[in-house]
Design a protein around this ligand. Structure first.
Ligand SMILES: NC(=O)c1ccc[n+]([C@@H]2O[C@H](COP(=O)([O-])OP(=O)(O)OC[C@H]3O[C@@H](n4cnc5c(N)ncnc54)[C@H](O)[C@@H]3O)[C@@H](O)[C@H]2O)c1
Length: 272
């Protein structure tokens, strides 16, 4: 992009759109993203399948809360069209959707291969990657109409670049809980989708992904923390605050030449 165009990009990102962001998924990482981009003065439209209106009291920059099932293409299309007709042109989309079993919960998410059936595998692909595709698709289509510039940030995982080490999910030597295969497939797919969108819709749309390792939560067992820490050069588990700066880096309108990137924030776990 020529200097003139770069200037134009910055003006449009900062002024015309008043920096409005859409965040799909208002769970742990969605809320960290709200905090991060509030520091960049974004106003935020939050979207989730669940009603969590109390988030309005918690986050000043959250201006609207919408209900939408991101796995339903028509629902996503209608929701995105409405947002783009109500607001001048939101210039940031963050996909922070997830239906994964959290470590420390005794959910059925951890199963051995014999018990990972095709239906749950296929459902996980729809939940984990079709949803990101739909939200990104209608973000880009609406942007094309409004002829402005925008950014997409897809939350992936350190398991977008490494395979799970099942030992960390099991307190006993014998491994009975397995991170399911679909988790790896979905997270690698998020990186593929990111590369596709960055290559296909640049220069108007900048698309990156962010791959965090497990974020500390109170319900994590000591055993899990110890095992994950021992696999991590920084010898500990990430805190939620440590994801703020990486999100700000990728969402900052001043960051104009980083696209197609998968930023791994894992304390170095994936390098060893
Ligand atoms: N929490 C971590 O430590 C961690 C680490 C690395 C990667 N990740 C990944 O980041 C993503 C977000 O993780 P999280 O910890 O914030 O998860 P979370 O479960 O806390 O939040 C996910 C949110 O997505 C919403 N959601 C689920 N399905 C939806 C749908 N069809 N339509 C609309 N909303 C829907 C849920 O209601 C929930 O509010 C996940 O893909 C997860 O795999 C999480």
């Amino acid at each position: 992009m020529e200097a003139g165009l770069l200037k134009e990009f910055n003006i449009i990102m900062k002024k015309e759109n008043e920096n409005i962001a859409i965040i799909f998924g208002l769970g742990l990482i969605g809320q960290i993203a709200i905090e991060a981009i509030s520091e960049l003065n974004f106003r935020i439209i939050g979207i989730d399948i669940k009603q969590e209106k109390e988030l309005f009291n918690k986050y000043n920059n959250l201006i609207e809360y919408k209900l939408c099932d991101a796995t339903d293409e028509d629902n996503v299309m209608t929701t995105m069209n409405k947002i783009f007709s109500d607001y001048k042109s939101p210039n940031l989309l963050i996909n922070a959707l997830g239906v994964d079993s959290k470590v420390g919960t005794e959910e059925e998410g951890f199963k051995n291969l014999a018990n990972q059936d095709g239906t749950s595998f296929n459902n996980a692909l729809v939940q984990g990657i079709s949803s990101y595709f739909y939200t990104s698709k209608f973000f880009v289509i609406n942007h094309k109409k409004s002829q402005t510039y925008g950014k997409i940030l897809n939350i992936a995982s350190d398991l977008s670049v490494i395979a799970p080490d099942h030992r960390i999910y099991n307190e006993n030597e014998a491994i009975s809980k397995f991170k399911p295969a679909h988790y790896s497939v979905v997270k690698h797919a998020v990186v593929g989708l990111t590369k596709y969108f960055s290559a296909t819709f640049g220069p108007d749309i900048i698309t990156n992904s962010l791959s965090p390792s497990g974020i500390y939560q109170e319900n994590m067992s000591e055993d899990f923390i110890k095992k994950l820490s021992s696999l991590t050069p920084l010898k500990r588990v990430m805190t939620r605050e440590e994801l703020i700066e990486p999100i700000k880096f990728l969402c900052n309108p001043e960051n104009t030449f980083t696209t197609g990137h998968n930023l791994i924030v894992d304390g170095g776990r994936s390098v060893i």
